[in-house]
Ligand binder design. Structure first.
Ligand SMILES: Nc1ncnc2c1ncn2[C@@H]1O[C@H](COP(=O)(O)OP(=O)(O)OP(=O)(O)O)[C@@H](O)[C@H]1O
Ligand SMILES: [Mg+2]
Length: 844
C-alpha cells in the first residue's frame, strides 16, 4: 500500500492526547496515519523519526552542554562568587578579580566534564538493558528500541511485555492488561479489536496504553501516539520519575541543608562582628563570601555522581547493570533479600517427570498448545513431552491468572467440545466434582499432591468438562463441575551453586527469604536439598487472613512464603520495610513486578519478562545469586567512598572556617585574603577527586551500612575542632613568637592549612591504624600530592607576590613542619574516637 505523505499526527501532541482516540474507527486511523495492518515501510518509519515523531519522553535526551554550564552559573554560590569578582574588579583588586573568575571557571569546568562523562557511561549501561519492541516494518517482524516507534507502526505484544506506546488493538488473543498505573484498577482488563464501549478511559476496550503491562495473551496494535503525546508521557516520564527519594538521597539533602544553615550562621556572625569592629565594609563582605564558599562542599554532587558511575561500571564488569544510580547505596544497605524460587534457586530447566494417565497428558498438551500468547515454562515442558494432538482447534480461552492459578481452553475436535483446565492442584480440585478414574475423593487427592510435593515434584492438576453447543465460555464461572483426569509432575533441579551463594550473602549480613507462588511442600523440599538455613513458613492463605500490622509481626521470623499471589509478594516486602529493614527483591516474572517495584533494591535478570525488568533498579546479566553477592560488595565499596568524601569534606571545611572566623575577629587584619581562601578550597577539592578510585576497609564491606547522619556529625565535631586547635596554635606562634607581617602570616597559614588538610586524607581514609590499611589507590596519591605540590608552588614560587604571599623565614618553615607532624600524630589517635561511634552497624 502506498504511503501518502500525510502530516505526522504527534507533531501536535497535546491535541492528540486530549482526544479519546479509541472512539474513532480503526480504518480511519489507518488512513490518517498512512499505514496498514502490515505496518509501515522502514523508510517511512525512519522519515517519521527524523521528523521528531519518535517515542521519546522529554527529559530523556542528554542535557545540552551549554544548558549544563548555565545551570551551574545560576547556582546561588557561584552567583555570589561572580558578584564578588565584580566587586573586586570595581575596587581595583585585579589579582582578586582574576583568581575568583579563574576558580569559578575551573570548578565549573571540572564539574561539568566529570559529571557528563560519568552520566554518559551510566546511560550506556542502562541502554544495554533497554526494552525492545517487536514491530512490523516492510511487512516483516523486527526488533527495534522502543524509542524508534512512530505513529502508524504495527507492534506485536506478548504476555510479560510492556505496552510501548498508545494505540488501537488490531487483533488479540486472550489479551489481558494490567492498567493499574493508569486507572488504579488492580485486576487485569480484557482487550479486543472493534468499537469501544465509550469515550471513558475505562471503556477503551479496544485501546492499549504506554506503560501498562500485558499479563496474558497476545495482541497486535496500531501505534497512534508516542512519547509525550501518550497518556502516561503527559503525566510523568515513567515509573522512575515518581519514586520517593531513597534514604541516601534524603541523607545527602539533609546534609546540604545542615551545611547551609551553618554557613548562614557563620557568615552573618563574621559579617556583623567585622562591622561592629568598624572594619572596611567591602573587604568584610568579600571575606564573608569566601567563607561561605569555603564551607560548601560544592563538588559533593559531582564526586557522588562520579563515584556512583564508577561503581556502576565496576559492577557491570561483575555482571550487574545499574539502571538507577542511587540504588547502589540501597544494595549496599540491604539486609534482607527476598527471592522467588525458579531461576535463582533452581535451574529453571523444567521437565515433565511423570505424565500421569495418558488422557491427562493429551488434554494438558491441548491446553498448553492451543492457548494464545507465549507458552510458560510449564507449558513448554508439557509440549516437549507430548506434541499437540492433531485435529483440534481452540474456540475460547481463559488465560492463566496468578490469583486463580488455573488456565482453561475451550477446544473442539473429534466431534466434542471440551473445556480443558490445568493449574495448581488445589485450584483445579476446588472446581472438580468427579474423577475419570473412579469415585472423586477430594481429600485423598489433596493428600497425594502434598506428598509428591514433599518429594520435590511440582504438580499440575488436569480436569475437563463437556460443554454443550449453546454454552459460551466467557469467564472463570465456566470452570465448574469438572472431571478430574490426573496430575502431571515436573522437576526443576535445584541450582547447586545456590547454597553457597546464600551462605555468602549471610556472611555479608544479608538474610535470604524465599517468596514463591509454588506449593509449600515443594518450597520446603528445595530448602532442605540446598541446605539453606530457613525458618518458619507462611502460605498465601494464612497471609490473606493477616492485616498489614499482624503480617509485620510475623515477617521477622518467617523465611519461607509459599502459594503467595503477586500482591502478597508486595505486602510481604512492605511489611519487612515497615520493620526497618532495607529490603531487596529479586524475581523474573510478571507476578514479581509489584514487589520489585516496591523494594528498596528491585532486582531482575536479563532473561526476565519485560515487566519485571522495567520495574527493577538492577539487572543481573546472569541469573545467579553469586553475581548478586559480588554486586553487593561493589555497592558497599562505592558507598564507603562517597562517605569518605562527605566525612573529609565536611570536617575539614568546618574546622578551617571555624579557625578563619575566630581569627578574623581576634586578629586586626584579614587572616587570609578572600582569593586565597578560594584557592585553598579549590586545591583541597582537587586533591579529593581521586577518592572514587580508592580501596576501602574490609569492615565497610562486611555488613550493611545505611546513611548515618549522626556518624557524619560526630566525625565533623571531633575532627573539625581538632584542626582548628592546631590552626589557633599556629596563629599564636606566628604573631606572639615570630611577630610576622600580615603577608607572611597568610602565607604560613595557607601552607599549614592546605598541608594538614591534604595529608590527613591518608589517615582518615581508613578507620583502623593507618599502617594496617590497604595502600591508597595511585590515582588518589596523584591527585592529592599533585594538589599539594601546586599549592606549595603557588605560595612559595615565582607567582607568590601576585597572589599576596611573601617568602617564609626558615624558622617559620621549621615551626610549620613540627606543627604538621604533631597534628597528624594526634589526628591518627583521635580518628578512632571519631569513627567508632557511628562506624559499624546499621543506622535506623
Ligand atoms: N501455564 C500454567 N498453567 C496452569 N497453571 C500454572 C501455569 N503456570 C503456573 N501455574 C500454577 O501457578 C503456580 C504459581 O506460578 P509460579 O510457580 O510460576 O509462581 P512463582 O511465584 O513465579 O514461583 P517461583 O517462586 O517458582 O518463581 C504454579 O505453581 C502452578 O501451580
Ligand atoms: Mg517465578
Amino acid at each position: 500500500m502506498p504511503h501518502p505523505p500525510s502530516p505526522v499526527p504527534s507533531r501536535r501532541p497535546r491535541a492528540e492526547a486530549a482526544a479519546a482516540f479509541w472512539t474513532r474507527p480503526t480504518d480511519d486511523w489507518l488512513t490518517r496515519l498512512g499505514s496498514s495492518p502490515q505496518g509501515l515501510s522502514a523508510g517511512e518509519a525512519a522519515r517519521r523519526v527524523a521528523a521528531g515523531a519518535g517515542n521519546r519522553l522529554a527529559g530523556q535526551a542528554p542535557a545540552a552542554l551549554l544548558r549544563q554550564v548555565g545551570r551551574r552559573l545560576a547556582e546561588p554560590l557561584v552567583a555570589i562568587l561572580l558578584v564578588a569578582a565584580l566587586v573586586s574588579g570595581l575596587t581595583g583588586d585585579w589579582p582578586g578579580f582574576g583568581i575568583i573568575l579563574g576558580i569559578v571557571g575551573v570548578s565549573v569546568a571540572m564539574d561539568v566534564v566529570q559529571e557528563r562523562r560519568a552520566e554518559q557511561a551510566a546511560a550506556a549501561l542502562r541502554d544495554s538493558v533497554a526494552v525492545q519492541a517487536a514491530v512490523l516494518r516492510d511487512g516483516t517482524r523486527q526488533s527495534v528500541p522502543v524509542e524508534a516507534l512512530v505513529p502508524g507502526d504495527v507492534v506485536l505484544l506478548a504476555a510479560g511485555g510492556l505496552v510501548p506506546a498508545d494505540g488501537l488493538v488490531l487483533a488479540a488473543e486472550g489479551a489481558q492488561l494490567n492498567e493499574a498505573l493508569l486507572t488504579g484498577e488492580p485486576y487485569p482488563v480484557a482487550k479486543q479489536p472493534g468499537p469501544a464501549r465509550g469515550a471513558d478511559l475505562a471503556e477503551a476496550s479496544n485501546a492499549v496504553f504506554a506503560g501498562t503491562a500485558m499479563v496474558a495473551g497476545s495482541a497486535r496494535m496500531l501505534v497512534v501516539a508516542t512519547g509525550r503525546a501518550t497518556r502516561l508521557g503527559g503525566i510523568a516520564a515513567g515509573l522512575a520519575a515518581r519514586r520517593p527519594p531513597t534514604a541516601f538521597e534524603r541523607g545527602l539533602r539533609g546534609l546540604g541543608l545542615l551545611i547551609l544553615r551553618l554557613t548562614v550562621f557563620l557568615v552573618l556572625f563574621v559579617l556583623l562582628a567585622h562591622l561592629a569592629f568598624h572594619r572596611p565594609a567591602i573587604e568584610s563582605f568579600l571575606f564573608a563570601v569566601a567563607l561561605a564558599v569555603g564551607l560548601t562542599p560544592e563538588l559533593l554532587p559531582m564526586v557522588t555522581t562520579v563515584t556512583l558511575s564508577r561503581g556502576a561500571l565496576r559492577m557491570a564488569a561483575r555482571r550487574v547493570v545499574v539502571k538507577r544510580l542511587a540504588a547502589i547505596h540501597d544494595l549496599g544497605a540491604m539486609d534482607v533479600l527476598c527471592t522467588d524460587k525458579t531461576g535463582t534457586l533452581t535451574e529453571a530447566r523444567i521437565t515433565l517427570a511423570e505424565g500421569g494417565p495418558p488422557e491427562a497428558l493429551r488434554m494438558a498438551a491441548l491446553n498448553a498448545g492451543l492457548a494464545g500468547g507465549v507458552p510458560t515454562p510449564l507449558d513448554a515442558a508439557i509440549l516437549a513431552a507430548r506434541p499437540v494432538p492433531e485435529g483440534w482447534r481452540a474456540l475460547a480461552e481463559l488465560p492463566f491468572g496468578f490469583e486463580r492459578r488455573r488456565s482453561a481452553v475451550l477446544v473442539a475436535g473429534e466431534g466434542r467440545r471440551l473445556l480443558v483446565v490445568k493449574g495448581a492442584p488445589e485450584a483445579v480440585l476446588a472446581a472438580c466434582t468427579a474423577a475419570a478414574a473412579g469415585p472423586f475423593d477430594h481429600a485423598a487427592l489433596l493428600a497425594e499432591a502434598e506428598a509428591r510435593g514433599a518429594a520435590g515434584l511440582r504438580l499440575l492438576g488436569i480436569a475437563l468438562r463437556e460443554v454443550p453447543e449453546d454454552e459460551a465460555v466467557t469467564g472463570p464461572e465456566a470452570e465448574r463441575d469438572l472431571t478430574f483426569l490426573g496430575f502431571l509432575a515436573f522437576l526443576d533441579p535445584p541450582k547447586p551453586s545456590a547454597g553457597a551463594a546464600v551462605a555468602r550473602l549471610a556472611q555479608l549480613g544479608i538474610r535470604t527469604k524465599i517468596v514463591s507462588g509454588d506449593a509449600a511442600p515443594v518450597v520446603r523440599h528445595l530448602v532442605q536439598s540446598l541446605g539453606l538455613p530457613a525458618e518458619g513458613l507462611l502460605t498465601g492463605e494464612e497471609i490473606a487472613r493477616l492485616d498489614d500490622q499482624a503480617l509485620a509481626g510475623q515477617v521477622e521470623r518467617v523465611d519461607l512464603y509459599a502459594r503467595v499471589s503477586p500482591d502478597q509478594k508486595r505486602r510481604i516486602l512492605l511489611a519487612l520495610k515497615a520493620r526497618g529493614h532495607t529490603v531487596g527483591f529479586i524475581g523474573d516474572g510478571i507476578n514479581d513486578a509489584p514487589a520489585i517495584h516496591a523494594a528498596d533494591a528491585g532486582i531482575s535478570v536479563q532473561e526476565a519478562t519485560e515487566v519485571a525488568r522495567a520495574a527493577a533498579d538492577l539487572i543481573l546479566l546472569a541469573p545467579d545469586l553469586g553475581v548478586l553477592a559480588a554486586g553487593v560488595k561493589e555497592g558497599r565499596r562505592t558507598y564507603a567512598n562517597v562517605m569518605k568524601y562527605v566525612r573529609m569534606g565536611t570536617s575539614s571545611n568546618f574546622g578551617n572556617m571555624l579557625s578563619m572566623a575566630v581569627a578574623s575577629i581576634a586578629i586586626p587584619f584579614l587572616p587570609l585574603l578572600p582569593a586565597q581562601i578560594l584557592l585553598n578550597n579549590l586545591l583541597y577539592d582537587l586533591s579529593e577527586t581521586g577518592i572514587p578510585f580508592d580501596a576501602v576497609d574490609p569492615a565497610d564491606l562486611a555488613a550493611p551500612h545505611g546513611w548515618d547522619m549522626r556518624a557524619v556529625l560526630r566525625f565533623t565535631l571531633v575532627m573539625g575542632p581538632l584542626s582548628s586547635l592546631f590552626d589557633l596554635a599556629t596563629f599564636a606562634l606566628l604573631l606572639r613568637g615570630f611577630g610576622v607581617t600580615p603577608e607572611v602570616f597568610r602565607t604560613a597559614w595557607f601552607v599549614e592549612s592546605i598541608t594538614t588538610q591534604i595529608l590527613v586524607i591518608f589517615l582518615i581514609r581508613t578507620a583502623g591504624p593507618v599502617w594496617r590499611a590497604a595502600p591508597p589507590h595511585p590515582v588518589l596519591v596523584a591527585t592529592s600530592l599533585g594538589a599539594l605540590a601546586i599549592a606549595l608552588f603557588l605560595a612559595l614560587g615565582p607567582f607568590a607576590t601576585a597572589l599576596g604571599f611573601a617568602p617564609l623565614p626558615l624558622a617559620v618553615q621549621a615551626m610549620l613542619l613540627g606543627l604538621v607532624a604533631a597534628y597528624l600524630a594526634v589526628a591518627e589517635g583521635l580518628k578512632r574516637v571519631a569513627v567508632r561511634a557511628g562506624g559499624g552497624g546499621l543506622a535506623l
